[in-house]
Write a protein that binds this ligand. Structure first.
Ligand code: C5P
Length: 262
């Protein structure tokens, strides 16, 4: 449900409605035992709530579809209701941004597809954002949206790499030495983050066509032969994967709270 008092989007075609799909159905095994990753807390608030807020922080985003663990949709819905801002529509709204919760699938890809299927008509731009990237700044979200509005069918936020990268022949058993086969030129490589932004029809076609297992949505659009562009990402959009990432995320939150009362 749109809000007529919402200011016009900052760039591109005003009025193009943006929805965000947040896959949050992973167990997060690399983080160690405990609750599903998206429900772990950062600064006392579940990671998923931070991720939804990060999308709702963009004035352009009018709907967030959260893809919950298959057996946890009701729990996720009450969690979001409990953290929703007053003034929204009954049945699921975050200030000016509505949200929906749907059950996810076996793989990230399937979870995103289920989220896309739940999208009502009228949202021509779709962001896909990992719940595991709770601290992405709104400027990065807006930069992705702007590049889609300017005509790119798929947009990824990306950063240069700090490390040199080697291609190896993977070892048969963990811990065994692995032969190095190549060193790609680091200057040509980027580490890719989310939210990734898409022309909705292109993303739907990619999910209907590509069956290979992929780790991000943009690579499915690449397989269609469509243009994918990278815009500058942000170091605070890192993915919380391992226990050390939780320490870093808590530190980023503490710094924000100190600096701007976030
Ligand atoms: O496993 P990985 O860290 O790549 O997961 C990225 C995102 O995809 C996470 O937000 C996770 O919750 C989500 N995911 C999902 N459904 C799955 C597996 C992962 O929504 N079956």
């Amino acid at each position: 449900m749109s809000d007529d008092s919402r200011p016009s989007p900052p760039a591109g075609q005003p009025g193009t409605s943006v929805a965000a799909v947040i896959p949050a159905a992973g167990r997060g095994v690399r983080l160690g035992p405990g609750a599903p990753k998206a429900l772990r807390t950062l600064g006392g608030t579940p990671m998923l709530v931070h991720a939804v807020r990060a999308m709702a922080a963009s004035r352009a985003v009018s709907l967030v579809v959260v893809v919950a663990p298959p057996d946890g949709a009701a729990e996720v819905k009450s969690l979001l209701d409990a953290h929703a801002l007053p003034g929204g529509t009954p049945g699921g709204s975050w200030g000016r941004t509505d949200f929906l919760v749907v059950p996810g699938g076996e793989s990230r890809q399937e979870s995103v597809r289920l989220g896309l299927e739940a999208l009502p008509p009228g949202h021509d731009i779709v962001l896909v954002h990992d719940a595991a990237r709770p601290l992405v700044p709104v400027d990065t979200v807006d930069a992705v949206i702007e590049a889609v509005r300017e005509g790119a069918p798929a947009v990824v936020p990306a950063l240069p790499l700090a490390d040199t990268v080697k291609q190896v022949e993977p070892a048969a058993a963990p811990g065994e030495p692995e032969p190095v086969v190549a060193t790609p030129d680091r200057a040509l490589l980027r580490a890719v983050q989310t939210p990734q932004g898409f022309d909705r029809a292109t993303l739907v076609r990619a999910h209907a066509t590509v069956t290979d297992n992929v780790t991000d949505d943009a690579s499915m659009v690449e397989q269609l032969g469509e243009r994918v562009v990278a815009v500058p990402g942000h170091e605070e959009a890192f993915k919380v994967t391992r226990p050390l990432d939780l320490v870093l995320a808590e530190a980023v939150l503490a710094r924000r709270r100190l600096n701007d009362g976030y």
